[in-house]
Design a protein around this ligand. Structure first.
Ligand code: 9UX
Length: 70
């Protein structure tokens, strides 16, 4: 298992969180997504490390921006 944290900008409500969670959960191998709306922190757990470009594309697809990968 691998957990990586990212900062996503633009999320301001619970529906935003739901949209990002849904897109990230759809990535192959993702088993858990946790989002802290207050600070935009997104923790993604997956069976193997994810490609940053895939994470960025999923966040973009939801309508938000991946600002940083920690
Ligand atoms: Mo509503 Mo959260 O437009 O964006 S889904 S604030």
């Amino acid at each position: 298992m691998s957990t990586a944290t990212y900062t996503v900008t633009g999320m301001t409500c619970a529906h935003c969180v739901s949209a990002v969670t849904s897109e990230l959960t759809a990535l192959p191998g993702v088993t858990d997504v946790r989002i802290d709306l207050a600070n935009g922190a997104v923790a993604v757990t997956s069976e193997a490390p994810l490609a940053l470009g895939d994470v960025r594309a999923a966040v973009d697809e939801a309508g938000y921006e991946l600002a940083a990968a920690d």
